[in-house]
Design a protein around this ligand. Structure first.
Ligand code: DON
Length: 564
């Protein structure tokens, strides 16, 4: 197996500040009357709110935030990656947009294996060959065509200003930039704005002139400013420097896709989430259905029984994910079977909560007729009540580590989200098979779970997070924190989290998650608990009964809610 750089990725990205969680929770708690934007960076949140104040709608703000994050949050915000958006209009109409990266046309099933059929370490993770055809600009172009109301150029201008005039680095960012310098130099011999000999410090002004020019081309020409002409030529030249395979035609052909969201009920709440090629919505729905019949509220937050029920559900749902989920344009995903409440509840009714079920004893379900950490999320609600839940990624922190020379943006390493070989885990330890094998033009399976929740037909919650395989379980916990354990938006985000993904057979727990007594009782019954670095960076907006927007920005990063 690849020895991922998983641990340091998460430690670096999710460095936990020194002040107490409770203090942070209290400081970050905010409520707004008109509109709210919660993102991973204060400047991006401000850009979004300015657009709302100018009369833009939630999608206008989402587009402006997307481009702003590409400037102020380069480890995950991106032009060179992709993502998913779930939208709910004020009248309850819903849609979801898939702007996931695609495998280039020259990709093939065994492209990351050596002559003996073993994965070549790091080939799907770093360098030009790790990159899928970027979807972000195509996605924003589609979102704008369908819902945009302000001029396109106005949505790009804040990002152009931030790139050309620069912005002050946060302490976390300066530290990360310094820690990555050697790796950046290795993959970018011609230099990049982020590369310099002097140490970066908090407050340093970070200017990205090439990126500003790329953003200007997109402002001027829309998607053609990225997928054709100068920017496309820069990308293809970058490919040639490092054995990459993205061609001009791959870029020109890229299209984002509107898909029907996953919709299901958890008690009196409608869950609206992302369908394949993300596994997020299917798995989230299956998890909620699996625990629906347990008295979680009575058992309490992270009580012994609650943790057992959630972990046993996660073990089974992730086993199904590994076999059955992939790009629906290439593989028939049994969505209806996997999100059938009766199926999930009957399965759980046979599960003992007395002892851990070894993951080796849990196999993917069989349905007749079927074979066989860097990302960022933001949540926006505008004054009309339109809501956007959007998660976007270049996969690992700083993606493939390759900046497109001349164009100033990072390329993703999303190809690692394919199953490069059955039984060989990806950087998040996730397994897969035929459903998620590499094929030209196919989208790699994702765990991203941008989600909107209704209560009795009204907008209730807009939520999502980064975190690779932990995305689904983090959204699952945050929803239960609000719906079952009566937490505020900020408490639901700040609460410590845990995670199980079938294989490896361990319960990952953040510091503070699952109290000592419960950990001991779980260990005695066969649960292996692994203390790990912080999990996820959830952004949540809860719509209160009085109509106010209560926000939760994750204290694990520089994340911030801004509203008015
Ligand atoms: O699409 C996915 O599921 C992954 N590429 C997401 C990666 C991620 O969340 C990294 N963030 N910490």
């Amino acid at each position: 197996m690849k020895k991922p750089n998983l641990i340091y990725l998460f430690i670096i990205v999710f460095f936990l500040g020194s002040c107490s969680v409770n203090q942070k929770t209290a400081d970050l708690q905010t409520e707004f009357a008109n509109g709210a934007v919660v993102t991973a960076h204060p400047l991006a949140s401000e850009v979004g709110v300015e657009i709302l104040k100018k009369g833009g709608n939630a999608v206008d703000a989402a587009i402006a935030v997307k481009f702003a994050l590409a400037v102020v949050y380069p480890n995950a915000g991106n032009l060179g990656g992709g993502g998913f958006m779930v939208y709910r209009a004020k009248d309850g109409q819903i849609s979801s947009l898939d702007f996931r990266e695609k495998a280039p046309s020259k990709a093939f099933k065994d492209m990351y294996l050596d002559q003996n059929g073993n994965p070549i370490t790091d080939l799907s993770l770093y360098g030009q060959l790790a990159a899928g055809v970027p979807g972000s600009v195509g996605g924003m172009d589609e979102a704008f065509k369908k819902y945009g109301s302000l001029p396109w150029k106005d949505l790009l201008q804040p990002a152009i200003d931030l790139a050309s005039k620069g912005f002050a680095l946060t302490k976390q960012q300066a530290g990360e930039f310094n820690r990555y310098q050697e790796r950046f130099k290795k993959f970018n011999p011609n230099g990049a704005a982020i590369i310099r000999d002097a140490e970066w410090k908090e407050g340093d002004n970070f200017v990205q002139s090439e990126l500003a020019e790329t953003l200007k081309r997109i402002a001027e020409l829309g998607r053609d400013g990225f997928y054709k002409g100068k920017t496309a030529e820069f990308i293809v030249a970058e490919m040639k420097r490092g054995n990459g395979i993205i061609s001009l035609k791959d870029l020109e052909d890229y299209q984002a896709a509107w898909r029907d969201p996953i919709v299901g009920m958890y008690k009196n709440h409608k869950i609206i989430s992302m369908p394949p090629p993300s596994s997020g919505g299917v798995a989230l729905m299956a998890l909620l259905q699996s625990v629906e019949n347990y008295p979680l509220k009575k058992w309490g937050f992270q009580s012994d029984s609650t943790v057992r029920a959630m972990v046993e559900a996660e073990r089974r749902v992730y086993a199904d994910r590994a076999t059955h989920l992939g790009d629906p344009d290439f593989y028939r995903v049994p969505v209806a079977n996997l999100t059938d409440a009766k199926f999930n509840q009957e399965r759980m009714s046979k599960v003992s909560l007395e002892k851990a079920t070894p993951s080796d004893d849990v196999k993917a379900s069989k349905f007749p007729g079927y074979e066989s950490e860097q990302t960022t999320h933001y949540s926006i609600v505008d004054k009309e009540g339109n809501a956007v839940s959007l998660t976007t990624t270049i996969n690992g922190s700083y993606g493939s580590l390759v900046w497109v020379d001349g164009a100033g943006f990072l390329l993703n390493n999303e190809m690692d989200d394919f199953s490069v070989k059955p039984g060989s885990p990806n950087m998040y330890g996730l397994l897969g098979g035929k459903a998620n094998s590499v094929e030209p033009g196919k989208r790699m399976l994702s765990a991203m779970t941008p989600t909107i929740v209704e209560e009795d037909g009204k907008l209730k919650m807009v939520v999502g997070t980064p975190g690779g395989s932990t995305i689904i379980t983090s959204v699952f916990q945050t929803i239960l924190n609000v719906l079952e354990f009566d937490m505020t938006a900020q408490e639901s985000v700040s609460a410590a989290r845990f995670h199980h993904q079938w294989k490896p057979d361990v319960v990952d727990a953040e510091e503070g998650a699952i109290d000592e007594k419960t950990r001991q009782s779980l260990s005695e019954d066969g649960y292996k608990i692994n203390e790990r670095s912080p999990i996820g960076r959830v952004e949540n907006i809860v719509i209160l009964k009085n109509g106010k927007l209560q926000t939760g920005a994750d204290h694990r990063g520089d994340d911030r809610a801004v509203g008015y």
